[in-house]
Design a protein around this ligand. Structure first.
Ligand SMILES: C[S@@+](CC[C@H](N)C(=O)[O-])C[C@H]1O[C@@H](n2cnc3c(N)ncnc32)[C@H](O)[C@@H]1O
Length: 277
């Protein structure tokens, strides 16, 4: 019998490995990051995306060149490079997409950071690492793709040193999201639900992680997707040339569903900070 959560991992891997998705994320999102940004008026997607990294960094203390970070679902590795440039720390990028991993290795080498960034192909539901290796487990906008989110937290706790920090963002559903309103949003991720702040609070306690704090930054979710859609529309012909009309039209429609659900108060987004106990 097929395992639905394993099927989602396969579908997600195929999606992020595809040429259309790779070219889209690489060209529209700025080539380094694929995550929701923190916008002030006039910010580009790239500037806003960088601010999210800074805000996450600022939640943690004691960064140094000895800090060992594991980035789960690291995409093209933009956050890893930002952390290494700022602190000289060591970052392991664990990611499902070999296409992204290749670009991550290339960009890290081009920027002279290969000795500090290790890129590992894998699934964050089954981490290929020993217990108690990391000071920080980091992740941005990746856990939405998992059908086993509590397992992901459990794995993160396992590889963290006791006292180590987990800091992540994730597009979620609102704690009070009514049933049945997220159909078109969920269709895009092939899952029947998203996490919520409430889910992470409760699941963290069950796997040995204390909640240090939660930054609810929900208004940034529709704002970010609106910025991406607007960029895509303004560069429509170029993007059709890069990723094909079917992909681009589907993306514009899909972003519309996320913007609508976000503006209706059905979605949530923010920074979750946990500590291994
Ligand atoms: C929206 S992108 C975010 C990428 C990156 N964190 C960033 O902020 O730029 C989601 C990422 O999650 C990764 N991903 C999804 N499911 C995964 C899994 N089960 N294990 C590891 N990585 C996964 C995808 O390959 C993709 O890189």
């Amino acid at each position: 019998m097929s395992d639905p959560a394993a099927e989602v991992v396969k579908t997600t891997e195929t999606y992020y490995d595809s040429d259309e998705a790779d070219r889209f994320y690489f060209h529209v999102w700025g080539g380094e990051d694929i995550h929701i940004g923190l916008y002030d008026d006039g910010d580009s997607i790239r500037d806003a995306s960088a601010k999210t990294v800074t805000r996450m960094v600022d939640r943690l203390h004691g960064w140094s060149d000895e800090t060992r970070v594991l980035d789960l679902g690291a995409g093209y590795g933009g956050s890893a490079r930002a952390l290494v440039k700022r602190f000289g720390c060591h970052v392991t990028c664990l990611n499902l997409s070999q296409t992204q991993n290749r670009r991550n290795r290339e960009m890290s080498a081009d920027q002279g950071l290969s000795d500090r960034i290790e890129v590992v192909h894998g699934n964050f539901e089954e981490l290929p690492f020993d217990d108690g290796q990391y000071d920080v487990v980091w992740s941005q906008d990746a856990f939405l793709h998992s059908g086993r989110r509590e397992t992901v937290l459990k794995e993160a706790r396992r590889v963290l040193k006791t006292g180590g920090n987990m800091v992540f963002t994730d597009p979620m559903q609102a704690d009070d999201c009514p049933d049945g309103v997220l159909g078109p949003v969920l269709a895009r991720i092939h899952l029947s639900s998203m996490a919520s702040f409430g889910f992470y609070r409760e699941a963290a306690g069950r796997v040995g992680l204390d909640v240090v704090g939660i930054d609810d930054l929900t208004p940034m979710l529709p704002r970010h997707y609106a910025a991406v859609r607007s960029e895509l529309k303004s560069r429509y012909d170029e993007m059709v040339g890069i990723s094909g009309q079917v992909y681009v039209d589907r993306m514009i429609e899909g972003l519309g569903h996320w913007i609508e659900a976000g503006e209706a108060g059905h979605l949530a987004w923010g920074i979750v900070h946990l500590r291994a106990v």
